[in-house]
Design a binder for this molecule. Structure first.
Ligand SMILES: Nc1ncnc2c1[nH]c(=O)n2[C@H]1C[C@H](O)[C@@H](COP(=O)(O)OP(=O)(O)OP(=O)(O)O)O1
Length: 157
């Protein structure tokens, strides 16, 4: 098994969350936070800030970025584990805009489109939205079926 480290950033307002509709590549046609692979020359936090800026146009400073989750994803038949570090911020600069990869949109918390998101999201979003930190593991069959999972709250990262 080898590991790929990725980031995922969820920008919050008190009653809303900013999601992006992924237009191409891995996870296309799903709403998700903003993120991607950590490059060799950067920290996980730097990657989270860069991917957010590239995919949404928003800028967050390191001081305002808070890690809320860490999730390992495994796919049956694939030797690569995806280690996704989940961050949030309520402070940001700039105006979001559509990029060639993502179309951003604010969602009221009661209108989060879980039916058009990764299947794991509906399990850990409630922890995130209630201010808890968490660690999870999900084993997927294809991109839609969760065969097994664990999900636990943690005190800190
Ligand atoms: N199951 C699940 N739930 C929620 N979020 C995710 C998953 N699996 C995931 O991979 N993700 C997140 C993690 C990342 O934020 C993206 C995937 O990043 P990806 O688009 O592959 O990375 P980039 O570096 O942007 O890739 P390029 O398209 O530029 O090659 O989804």
């Amino acid at each position: 098994m080898s590991r790929k480290v990725l980031t995922l950033v969820l920008i919050r307002k008190p009653n809303e969350v900013l999601l992006g509709y992924k237009k191409r590549g891995f996870g296309s046609n799903k709403w998700n936070g903003f993120g991607g692979k950590v490059e060799d020359n950067e920290s996980i936090c730097e990657a989270a800030i860069r991917e957010l800026r590239e995919e949404s146009g928003l800028v967050v400073s390191p001081a305002n970025l808070q890690q809320v989750g860490m999730i390992n994803f495994e796919f049956v038949g694939d030797p690569i584990i995806l280690e996704v570090h989940v961050f949030t911020s309520a402070m940001y600069e700039g105006q979001h805009f559509e990029t060639e990869e993502m179309m951003p949109k604010w969602f009221k918390l009661q209108d989060i489109p879980f039916h058009e998101m990764w299947a794991d999201d509906r399990l850990w979003f409630p922890l995130f939205l209630s201010g808890k930190k968490f660690q999870g593991y999900f084993l997927f069959q294809g991109h839609d079926v969760i065969l097994k999972h664990t999900l636990n709250t943690v005190e800190h990262f």
